[in-house]
Design a protein around this ligand. Structure first.
Ligand SMILES: CC(C)(COP(=O)(O)OP(=O)(O)OC[C@H]1O[C@@H](n2cnc3c(N)ncnc32)[C@H](O)[C@@H]1OP(=O)(O)O)[C@@H](O)C(=O)NCCC(=O)NCCS
Length: 191
């Protein structure tokens, strides 16, 4: 059973190799073009530009469960949100907002000064999430997605500042964060 108040029942921490099977499960439930476990392992263990995060739910009996994930690439002063998803049973509880705030904060600390992503034109939920952080439409990639040739909208947050992150996470409650920078941590938003 999912507790009603999420605020004190979730942590955001760096993704580990042990998380990958569960991350892949969430990916398959969330996207028509999921990544392979191998791709995730590469991002976590080998890609020096990647920053990978999970949201972990803490149940009342102390059992924990990964319920959300995010992978970013930070190259020079640009942060590319590669993938972000929350398990369907845990959506609309502020988890993506919290993950995004953490990922952007970590990117800022690594030198990123702008953030961008591609999102399906039909994905209004994700677009709304990103707009809450100040992301704006900056371009269109026609017929970008391989499964149905849907357009991708390019959304950009420029500049990326601590203030923009604060504004975006304002309504997210008081989740706990753990860990520092993702070991190295994926463009599903781009798939
Ligand atoms: C998009 C997604 C990550 C949002 O996760 P979530 O944890 O449910 O989002 P949150 O609860 O943190 O919501 C934050 C904001 O996003 C927007 N939002 C989220 N889901 C929404 C929905 N179904 N309809 C409209 N707006 C939505 C709202 O602005 C929301 O703020 P509010 O609750 O104050 O109204 C989740 O729906 C998901 O995993 N979707 C499939 C994968 C995906 O599309 N990833 C993004 C690829 S670019």
């Amino acid at each position: 059973m999912i507790p009603i108040s999420p605020a004190r029942n979730m942590i955001v921490r760096p993704m580990t190799l042990e998380d990958v099977p569960r991350v892949r499960e969430i990916d398959v439930l969330s996207f028509s073009l999921p990544w392979s476990e191998r791709s995730y392992r590469f991002e976590v263990a080998e890609n020096p530009h990647a920053s990978c995060w999970v949201a972990e739910w803490v149940h009342p009996d102390g059992r924990t469960e990964v319920v959300g994930m995010m992978v970013n690439w930070v190259i020079l002063d640009e942060l590319h949100i590669a993938t972000l998803a929350v398990h369907p049973d845990y959506r609309r509880m502020g988890i993506a907002r919290r993950l995004l705030a953490k990922g952007l904060q970590a990117g800022l600390e690594r030198g990123a000064r702008l953030a961008f992503l591609e999102v399906r034109r039909s994905n209004l939920a994700a677009q709304s999430l990103y707009r809450a952080f100040g992301f704006e439409l900056s371009g269109v990639r026609p017929r970008y997605y391989k499964d149905n040739f849907e357009d991708a909208l390019l959304m950009t947050l420029d500049p990326l500042t601590p203030e923009t992150i604060t504004v975006g996470e304002r309504e997210s409650g008081s989740f706990t964060e753990q860990g520092g920078e993702g070991s190295i941590g994926c463009a599903k938003c781009a798939q």
